[in-house]
Design a protein around this ligand. Structure first.
Ligand code: BMA
Length: 321
């Protein structure tokens, strides 16, 4: 037993655990910058930033001064400074949407074959479900609606079909606990074959509920899954970010999973906010040529932030940390 422990420890010691750099312009977006929007702004956080054409777009989670959630679109040339559009996106248009999608938030965007798919959490009097919409231009949307029963959150789509099928990760939960599950689909509407893929780990930093953060990223070493994990301490939850690699052909198989967390609330804007001690990831943008990964995350349920790291170090971390 002690031999196994020292082997594990020596492996852990040999990997650089501090590979994340917080961007000096953090927070990239905060409430005061959006105060003039219709409805005002209490917080802007847990938002998805993604490449679109030669530039960036962001789908922002904006909590209005009324407390109501809204999704807003923003444009950016560099992924650092954003122009936020005032329009509300994906508000209910049908009775069914009004019933099941009263408050939608925590968007994650995946591009599949040139189309952008928006995954989101949607709250209603029935609880929290996960919903899906698609668009080519962010002007017109095809709405799939809720694609799982309650209680479910943290839906992300894989960016391509695997063996002819679409795959998703989500996080069904109960009694404050929940693991990352996978389903497959022929058409993005009918989903089935649920499998539990990544479980929360007793005694570790991710021993509470866990959920996928960014949509999985294809690398030579496997599908890189960056996820959040929680731990419940006497003052509340801490949301941290971790890394795992799934098999490229059989993505329900975990090839490796870092024992250590990748990122933990540390900066003042992550420690203090509406919900303290939260780093909540919604998107990761790889630039393989420059060996750089951008991680866009919500901090303390208050502001939108960016951290970067080297992709090679991140893979090394996911394999051995
Ligand atoms: C989760 C979600 C996130 C939020 C986090 C911390 O359950 O609601 O949107 O960031 O809690 O409050």
């Amino acid at each position: 037993m002690s031999r196994i422990f020292s082997l594990w420890k020596s492996k852990l010691m040999s990997v650089n655990l501090d590979i994340i750099q917080r961007h000096p312009q953090n927070p990239l977006l905060c409430a005061s910058q959006l105060a003039q929007l219709p409805g005002g702004c209490n917080s802007v956080f847990n938002s998805s930033v993604f490449k679109f054409g030669g530039a960036y777009k962001a789908l922002l989670r904006v909590e209005q001064r009324s407390g109501l959630q809204s999704l807003r679109l923003a444009d950016s040339a560099d992924g650092l400074s954003f122009t936020v559009h005032p329009e509300f996106l994906l508000t209910p248009e049908t009775e069914e949407q009004a019933l099941y999608e009263e408050a939608i938030y925590d968007p994650r965007v995946t591009e599949i074959d040139g189309k952008h798919y928006i995954c989101y959490a949607s709250e209603s009097r029935f609880g929290c479900q996960v919903g899906l919409a698609a668009t080519h231009d962010f002007k017109k949307f095809e709405r799939f609606g809720c694609i799982a029963e309650t209680q479910n959150r943290n839906l992300v789509l894989f960016p391509e079909k695997i063996n002819g099928k679409y795959y998703r990760l989500d996080r069904p939960y109960q009694d404050g606990a929940g693991n990352i599950w996978m389903c497959e689909s022929p058409d993005l509407i009918h989903w089935g074959r649920p499998r539990c893929v990544i479980e929360s780990r007793k005694f570790h930093w991710d021993r509470g509920k866990i959920g996928a953060g960014a949509p999985p990223i294809k690398t030579k070493e496997g599908w890189l899954v960056l996820y959040h994990g929680t731990v419940h301490l006497c003052n509340g939850l801490i949301y941290r970010i971790g890394a795992a690699l799934l098999d490229l052909e059989k993505p329900w198989i975990v090839r490796s999973r870092a024992k250590a967390w990748l990122m933990s609330p540390e900066a003042p804007y992550e420690r203090v906010g509406d919900v303290p001690n939260v780093c909540f990831l919604n998107s990761a943008i790889p630039d393989f040529e420059r060996d750089e990964m951008r991680l866009y995350y919500g901090a303390a349920d208050q502001v939108l932030c960016l951290a970067t790291c080297r992709i090679t170090e991140l893979i090394e971390f996911a394999m051995h940390a």
